[in-house]
Design a binder for this molecule. Structure first.
Ligand code: PFF
Length: 453
């Protein structure tokens, strides 16, 4: 009965784009470049790719398995597998999705505001100093920043209320390909700037002397955040997958495409950084300070810049849809709250705590003075979710799949009842998920506790 009422995506292509829509977001365009910039470039990138292969993809496949097998939300899935004791993994996921949304919706608000700023021509002929100033004033004027955050939540809630097929599926299928095309246009522009090749070298020259032990662990954390794993998002999306979907293949395709988008974003940002003699380790403002410069002095620059931020706002929106879907599916299925009410309740909670994040990063107010473990609300929400809850959730998932689920059942589900012959892949998956991935995740987690510092 329960199964019949549930929606699913309508095709394999829809599954792919929706899942990619979750993975691709501010993580690729905002976070990947600045974190890579702060951790030395190529060597970091190399390690990040290893993390995707050895931790990211196996956990993603595991989450798909749990979701599609049970056709339930991140908490209900464990109940349906008769593993009530593991329901806490799903509950942790619900908590993570809130914590991430508290700051992610704020950064999405900056992006939305940049669409508007580009449109009205605020960046025409802008200098590096002016670009810096515009970014600083965008975040420090927190009343305005919050207004944009509210707009973001209105958009996200509206799409979610429309449901899985009409909302999530339609939006992601149109927007993902468009984003791709626009980033490529941006790359062409960035790569033809003077000295742009320095940026390419920075991104691709593998230099392990710059890779510290801490940055290896940061790479692992980024892989979690990027692939939307360790918090039940991929369990929830997996629960909407079609019966005939080749889930290991979907995981590979999504991870590969997601990496490609990150690299293309890096190839737009780093050439600009070097061409304009900026600092690759500038931190969270990197995207907002470089991209307006890339377009500032070219024909059609204003239009392209507006389009770029528009597409980035779309990418952020589809990622947020998947984040918010975790509590929404949980509240509507486990707590039996009507879907629309669940969306509204979730949005209100996000906006209450999201205000704390936005005001705290603005500085110069009482909220910004409140610190826990030396961190303001923005950094705290980010730190607790990315560095504690996601690795911990990922670790529990590897242990759960590796040690508490029958091997034959996994093989059966991941080969669609023997309809696809992917024996070698499944064998590799089973070894990774039992031994390699948990070990690596333990390392990330210990790092987030500061054990290696
Ligand atoms: N993967 C998204 C990004 O890189 O922007 C962020 C994200 C979405 C993280 C969904 C976690 C999640 F469940």
């Amino acid at each position: 009965m329960e199964n019949k009422k549930r929606e699913t995506f309508s095709s394999g292509l829809a599954v792919f784009f929706a899942t990619l829509g979750s993975a691709v977001g501010l993580g690729n365009i905002w976070r990947f470049p600045y974190i890579t910039g702060m951790n030395g470039g190529g060597g970091f990138l190399f390690i990040y790719i290893l993390c995707i292969l050895f931790v990211g993809i196996p956990i993603m496949i595991s989450e798909f398995y749990i979701g599609r097998k049970t056709r339930a939300n991140a908490v209900g899935a464990f109940r349906k597998l008769n593993k009530e004791n593991f329901k806490f993994i799903g509950l942790m996921g619900v908590l993570s999705s809130f914590l991430i949304m508290f700051f992610y919706s704020g950064v999405a608000g900056w992006v939305y505001s940049y669409v508007f700023k580009s449109l009205i021509g605020k960046f025409n002929g802008v200098t590096p100093e002016q670009a810096n100033e515009i970014f600083t004033s965008t975040i420090s004027n927190y009343g305005m920043a919050y207004l944009w955050q509210v707009i973001v939540m209105v958009v996200v809630s509206t799409i979610l209320i429309m449901g899985v097929k009409n909302g999530i599926e339609k939006v992601t299928k149109t927007l993902m390909p468009l984003l791709f095309i626009l980033i490529i246009i941006m790359d062409i522009r960035a790569l033809t700037l003077t000295d742009s090749f320095e940026g390419v070298k920075f991104l691709f020259k593998v230099d392990f002397s710059k890779v510290t032990q801490a940055s290896i662990l940061i790479a692992l954390g980024l892989a979690f955040f990027k692939l939307s794993i360790g918090m039940g998002t991929m369990i929830t999306y997996g629960s909407y997958f079609t019966e005939d979907n080749d889930m290991p293949q979907t995981a590979f395709k999504v991870a590969f495409s997601d990496l490609l988008v990150s690299l293309l974003a890096g190839l737009a940002i780093f050439p600009a950084v070097f061409s304009f003699k900026m600092e690759p380790a500038a931190g969270p403002g990197l995207l907002f300070m470089t991209i307006p410069l890339v377009f500032s002095k070219m024909p059609l620059g204003r239009v392209l810049l507006t389009l770029f931020f528009l597409l980035t706002s779309f990418a952020a929106t589809t990622a947020m849809i998947s984040l918010v879907e975790v509590p929404v599916a949980y509240l509507s299925e486990e707590m039996k709250i009507d879907r629309k009410k669940a969306v509204l309740l979730t949005a209100v909670i996000i906006l209450v705590f999201g205000f704390l994040a936005t005001a705290s990063i603005a500085g110069g107010n009482a909220i910004a003075e409140i610190k826990a473990f030396g961190k303001n609300f923005f950094d705290l929400f980010d730190f607790v979710s990315s560095n504690i809850l996601l690795p911990l959730g990922g670790l529990f998932i590897t242990i759960f799949i590796g040690y508490f689920i029958d091997r034959d059942d996994i093989v059966n589900e991941l080969s669609n009842g023997g309809k696809i012959s992917n024996q070698a892949i499944l064998t590799a998956f089973l070894i990774l998920i039992r031994y390699i991935s948990p070990l690596l995740v333990v390392i990330i987690f210990l790092n987030s506790l500061g054990v290696f510092k």
